[in-house]
Structure formats: C-alpha cells, structure tokens
Design a protein. Sequence first.
Length: 147
Amino acid sequence: MSRAGYYEWRHREPSERAKQNVELVAEIVDVFEESRRTYGSPRVHAELRERGFEVSRKRVEKQMREQGLVGCRRPRFRRTTDSNHDDPIAPNIVAREFHVDEPDRVWIADISVPQKAAREMRVDPSQPACRSRLQTTTSGLGQKPWS
C-alpha cells in the first residue's frame, strides 16, 4: 500500500455502513438492556424488526458478539420429586403439633429467614421443640448465628 493511500484512508470519513452500525449498536444495546440482559440475537433481531430496522439476524449476531452482549439461557428442566412410587412414606407423627412439654420428643428446624429492621431472625435448630427460641443476629446470610 502506498503512503499516500494509507493517509487518505486514515483521514477518510466513516462509510455509510459504519454510520449505520453505530446507530444499530445503540439500538441493540437498548433492546438488550430493556430485556434485563436476557435476550439473545434471535429475540433482539425480532424486536429490531418490530421497531422498523431492516437488518439480518447474522448482522445482529455479529454486532452483539463484537459488543460482548450474551443473553441468558433458560435453565434445563429438572424433575425434583417423584411422587409416583410404591416406596414407604414416613408417617407424620408431629401432625403440626409443635408445642410439647417433654424434652427430646420433637426436634424442629427452620431454614426461612424473615427480615425485620435489618436483623435476621432464626429458629435455633440445635434445640428441641420444648426449648426452642428465636435468635436474632446481625450476621450475614449463610452464617450460623448459633455457633
């Protein structure tokens, strides 16, 4: 390449396609952010078509790839419970009667974390039901307040 050709190229105005790409990228980012960063190129392309942009899906893919925009995938469906079985089921001996007078008859645990005034409140699972108490702590989630 000649020196004159190089400097002419460097100082040349952006092409029409480059100007369109700047506008297109701004719109792609807008659609992507409106979708809370979940849409991939097919859905972004569909939304752009609805907004009146005449672009191909591959062009949208390329611009998203160059901008580092990646949509979220749906999590795979996983079956967690198989209720259709002949295995024995443990009897419900507590029957939601949590108030007991004798120690070591019923033990309870609760994994829920109600929030109240920026403090955590938890049932101490290391205690039997007749002595359980509600503990409050200012420790962060995931920490054991009873240890």
